[in-house]
Design a protein around this ligand. Structure first.
Ligand code: OOB
Length: 581
């Protein structure tokens, strides 16, 4: 089954314009290692098993490690085009594994550490993965047990490799046992080949896989580097989960490695872990989602750490409020860059030399002069300049279709190849985009995306549930949280909301997808054409939250007890200074 890609006239245009430089990831690491073998590429502050200190890998060492691991993967029958589900947290191994796979042309499928059985099984099954790579234990969760379960269910899965620690039961292979003497790679990937499959935030029952090529992704890296002034003296702190597109490429760890800069891995994004690293490693830039940026602004006011090396803070993944944006420079002493991006491609940045108003009131403009942006009505008609509408985009690093999803592609892309982002925006006269809302059926939980339909399908499996609609509700801390409205079956015994949450969790879902709130309702409000009106449900829960007496609210203003904070976020603080959404 072929992967949808750019028609040849576009590919030629992007090459002629110099956007696609004919590089591959394997080749660029080789090149950087040859140019400056001793420069530090990766700093992982966490001690490896048996070692007293963290790791500092030079470009030469990263390159050599990737070679040895590539040889080991080949020796175990993993080769070009094979899919490998990669679920590693922010550890040095993430990079040696990723580059080893890039080098042999095997395709990493980037899972997040938060994903659990239901998601991982789907990624392995749908991608027909040959291997699955995990940490032993991370965040108190034993991934080896998960791997054992998934391996039983997915026949293509021939290997499980465990980073950082022995495997215990002897069922899986320690990553340290994989490396071999380097061998020549006889059939390396070409620049136009797929490099990896990234996950979509999604609005459908199951996440879609996003096929990115070496050519297109590498363009987004150096394009980002130019805009964010990343050069070989930069030090990038990877605080968000490394596999996510934002910290991977905007400009992210891969942008930093492209520039010959240094990547510092933060095991957690919270200020208590990240600030000492910024101070010690003289970090110059990093990227955060809005709730974390707020937590950093608050923590910086305590003045306990020297953050003076920090030059740029990128904030994206969800809308950053103007009020919060204004606080970045005074609190952190650095320039804010808003980033409005998507794993499917298009990334917008405010520019470092933009005036403060542009920086705090817009979500930036595209990387490339060849990024085409249209703002349209419900019928795909272009709207007058400055009007608010649906964002469609096409360009040199925006995919032309999801992997193995022809039916979905028929509606997710226009016939002439524009991606329907599902975002509602307006474009200023200067070409900057302002995100005004969303048309896709998704909840953006502080940057973590929840597809309503995916959660609805899980809840529908509950025997007492007749129907369900999952909607967003406003939240002072995360921007949005999830609320599941449920109509019970006639005659079903009453169910507690906690029982629904437990049911969803036990189906093996990432914690951030468990509904924050569950409401029972007699019948759903309907639209004029008899569909469930999610708009009315959102309005109902918003009004209900606003009407609650202050004393009845959880400390953060809305959170029900037991709801999950995003990975690595501290528990919400009372009076965190978060602006009202
Ligand atoms: C990033 O990528 P995804 O794929 O997790 O999510 C993309 C979606 C966008 O379509 C939009 O709905 C939302 O996330 N989003 C924003 C935003 N940045 C992303 N909404 C409002 N304001 C923003 N600044 O989230 C992503 C990928 C690369 C760089 C940055 C973020």
């Amino acid at each position: 089954m072929s992967t949808p890609t750019w028609p040849s006239e576009y590919a030629e245009r992007y090459r002629a314009a110099g956007w696609w430089r004919g590089e591959t990831f394997g080749g660029l690491l080789r090149d950087r290692a040859a140019r400056h073998p001793d420069r530090i590429a990766i700093v992982d502050p966490a001690p490896a098993p048996g070692a007293p200190e963290g790791r500092r890998w030079s470009y030469g060492e990263l390159d050599a490690r990737a070679d040895r691991l590539a040889a080991g993967f080949l020796a175990r029958g993993i080769g070009k085009g094979d899919r490998v589900v990669l679920q590693l947290p922010n550890v040095a191994e993430f990079f040696e594994v990723m580059f080893a796979l890039f080098r042999i042309g095997a395709l990493p499928v980037f899972a997040l550490p938060a994903h659990r059985e239901s998601e991982v099984r789907y990624f392995c099954d749908f991608s027909e993965a040959a291997a699955y790579i995990i940490p032993a234990v991370h965040g108190g969760f034993d991934y080896r047990e998960l791997a054992t379960t998934v391996r039983r269910q997915v026949p293509t899965l021939r290997h499980v490799f465990v980073a950082g620690g022995a495997d215990g039961a002897g069922e899986h292979t320690a990553l340290t046992d994989v490396a071999r003497e380097p061998v020549p790679i006889t059939d390396p990937p070409a620049p136009a080949d797929l490099a990896f499959l990234q996950l979509s935030g999604g609005s459908t029952g199951v996440p879609k896989l996003i096929p990115r090529t070496h050519d297109d992704y590498i363009y987004s890296l150096w394009g980002s580097n130019e805009i964010c002034a990343v050069d070989e003296d930069s030090v990038y702190l990877c605080a968000l989960p490394a596999a996510h597109n934002f910290p991977l490429s905007s400009p992210g760890t891969l942008g930093a490695l492209y520039a010959g800069a240094r990547v510092v891995l933060s095991p957690q994004p919270s200020p208590d872990v990240a600030f000492p690293l910024i101070e010690r490693e003289r970090v110059t830039l990093t990227g955060l989602v809005p709730p974390l940026a707020l937590a950093w602004i608050e923590a910086a006011q305590r003045g306990e750490h020297d953050l003076s090396s920090l030059e740029v803070l990128l904030v994206g993944g969800a809308k950053f409020s103007e009020e919060a944006a204004r606080r970045v420079r005074p609190a952190l002493g650095c320039t804010l860059q808003q980033v409005f991006g998507m794993a499917e491609g298009l990334v917008n940045y405010t520019r470092l030399d933009d005036d403060e108003e542009t920086i705090v009131t817009t979500q930036g403009r595209p990387i490339s002069p060849d990024d085409e942006v249209r703002v349209v009505d419900d019928e795909d008609n272009d709207l007058p300049a400055g009007a608010t509408g649906h964002l469609l985009t096409r360009g040199p690093y925006t995919i032309r279709g999801y992997w193995r999803a022809p039916e979905h592609n028929a509606t997710a892309f226009t016939p002439d190849g524009f991606y329907r982002t599902g975002d509602v925006v307006r474009q200023t006269a200067a070409g900057y985009l302002v995100v005004e809302g969303r048309a896709k059926d998704q909840i953006n939980r502080g940057g973590e995306k929840v597809a309503a339909e995916e959660i609805e399908n899980h809840i529908l499996a509950h025997p007492a549930v007749h129907d369900v609609a999952v909607v967003s509700m406003p939240d002072a801390y995360l921007g949005e949280r999830t609320c599941a409205y449920i109509v019970l079956r006639e005659g079903a015994a009453p169910v507690r909301s906690l029982a629904i949450k437990k049911f969803v969790r036990e189906r093996g879902l990432a914690a951030y997808k468990v509904p924050d709130r569950v409401e029972f309702i007699e019948a759903f409000p309907q639209t004029g054409v008899g569909k469930v009106s999610k708009k009315d449900l959102r309005a109902a829960i918003t009004a209900q939250l606003a009407a609650r007496p202050a004393a009845a609210k959880a400390p953060d203003g809305s959170l029900e007890p037991g709801a999950a904070a995003p990975a690595g976020l501290p528990a919400p603080q009372p009076h965190a200074g978060a602006p009202a959404p």
